[in-house]
Design a protein around this ligand. Structure first.
Ligand code: CMC
Length: 428
């Protein structure tokens, strides 16, 4: 980071303070406001962190105006075309693409950590049969700290690496188990000869009485979804992981906190919410135009799910890639005329041409298309956000590992603007 300074002066008192200006490789420079309170007596106020960099990071870069997303400098378009998900995991964790030997070694390590302690499987039995798989996932990942405490010394780099391998490798097994439990079907053990995505699909769809042959088109579509969702810099769930672990909390507990944050419909829960919204539109008898009018109405809380993004104000580059995958898949399945998918295309068209959505720069986002793809592949609706969580696990871990060796690491502790009662005495 190069260091320049800017002077901030307080017009009311005439006091001044010099703040360091940090410039990164790309993107807007940041004022370092650490000395603002000491110098001028002020905190800064930024609900929703619209304008605040909470850390420096060398993992992922987003330019929301230009529609650019880079993992360790590589454009997402090139990674989606040329790499596998596990190569992307390696890149995010270690900073460079693996060579052939490193790739094979990493795949071997991950495939050898896919089984979960049998005690974890008994842990599921406490859930109601119809529990949402996200509810099972969030609690089971937190519970892993009770099963793998042999590697929880967060000051030990080898322990951190083993925890990273375990989380990436066990996530598909636990995700598939959570689904099998909700169906009342027996768990399917991982088969390490299979690739990461095939293994997950098999654990979800095979039964002991019958094998499962994954469709190669589905495998590649899901692999691209995984690559596109692998990291997205300081989004709500990643920031949650960083804040949780800033206190020294263990990685399993911290990732569980990230999963909880991801679950909300404004974040990873949006892919499930898109299909729920389309189904409601289809079955309600209300016209699409009326729904669009509701989305524009300030007094109505209804929003078009799968549209808009805090950072992308041009077009979500992930959406551009996944839109193509979505169209190809629907064509291949001959499903483009099914009512739900037809409706999705009409909605996409109307929103892209509507003045309100153009003015507010609300484009279809990655979740709009991933929701449609997952539905077309026959993935159950309640697994959509689980799949997002599986894919994002590596991003959360990469940020956690980066943070653990950051010399600027301190416990996260935001300030506030207090608006409650002034100090007063307890009534006599
Ligand atoms: N439908 C209708 N109006 C919208 C929408 C929408 N989907 N999104 C934003 N707006 C309007 C909003 O009402 C506001 O209008 P005004 O300026 O008149 O008050 C304006 O656009 C800005 O909205 P905001 O809520 O201040 O924007 P934000 O940056 O805080 O929220 C968002 C971003 C993604 C949460 C929001 O666009 C949204 O709720 N979208 C639907 C949920 C969704 O698809 N989420 C997935 C995001 S992509 C994957 C991920 O990152 O997890």
């Amino acid at each position: 980071m190069s260091e320049k300074t800017v002077t901030v002066s307080d017009d009311t008192t005439g006091n001044k303070v010099q703040l360091a200006l940090h410039e990164g490789t790309h993107g807007a420079p940041c004022f370092d406001i650490g000395s603002l309170h000491e110098g001028l007596g002020y905190f800064t106020y930024d609900p929703g962190y619209v304008c605040t960099a909470s850390c420096s990071s060398a993992i992922t870069y987003i330019d929301g105006d230009e529609g650019i997303l880079l993992y360790r400098g590589y454009p997402i378009e090139q990674l989606a075309e040329k790499s596998s998900y596990l190569e992307v995991c390696y890149l995010l964790l270690y900073g460079e693409l693996p060579d052939q030997r490193q790739k094979e070694e990493f795949e071997y390590i991950i495939s050898n950590h896919t089984m979960v302690n049998e005690g974890v499987r008994r842990f599921y039995e406490g859930f109601r049969y119809d529990a949402h798989p996200m509810a099972i996932l969030v609690s089971t990942i937190g519970a892993l700290s009770a099963f793998y405490h042999d590697s929880l010394d967060i000051t030990n780099p080898r322990h951190r690496e083993i925890s990273a391998f375990r989380l990436i490798a066990k996530m598909p097994t636990i995700a598939a188990d959570s689904y099998k439990y909700s169906l009342g079907q027996p768990f399917i053990y991982p088969l390490n000869a299979l690739g990461y995505v095939e293994n997950f699909l098999r654990m979800m769809f095979a039964v002991p009485a019958e094998g499962y042959q994954p469709n190669p088109t589905f495998v590649r579509a899901l692999e691209i979804i995984f690559i596109l969702h692998a990291d997205h810099e300081q989004n709500a769930s990643t920031s949650t992981v960083r804040l949780a672990s800033s206190s020294g909390a263990n990685p399993f507990a911290s990732i569980a906190a990230g999963i909880a944050s991801l679950w909300g419909p404004a974040h990873g829960g949006a892919n499930e919410a898109v299909i729920q919204m389309l189904e409601e539109m289809l079955n309600s008898g209300v016209s699409l135009e009326d729904y669009i009018a509701r989305a524009k109405d300030k007094d109505d809380s209804f929003r078009l799910m799968g549209f808009g993004h805090r950072v992308y104000k041009n077009y979500d580059p992930r959406a551009k890639i996944i839109r193509q995958v979505c169209n190809d898949l629907l064509d291949e399945l001959g499903a483009e005329n099914q009512p739900l998918f037809e409706l999705a295309r009409r909605l996409e068209q109307i929103a892209l041409e509507d003045d309100y959505f153009i003015e507010k720069r609300l484009y279809p986002n990655v979740d709009f298309y991933s929701g449609i793809i997952l539905r077309a592949m026959g993935i159950p609706l309640n697994m959509f956000t689980v799949i997002f969580a599986m894919a994002r696990t590596v991003g959360w871990i990469a940020h956690w590992m980066e943070m653990m060796v950051d010399p600027e690491l301190r416990i996260g502790r935001p300030r506030q603007l207090y608006t409650g009662k002034g100090q007063r005495d307890y009534p006599e």
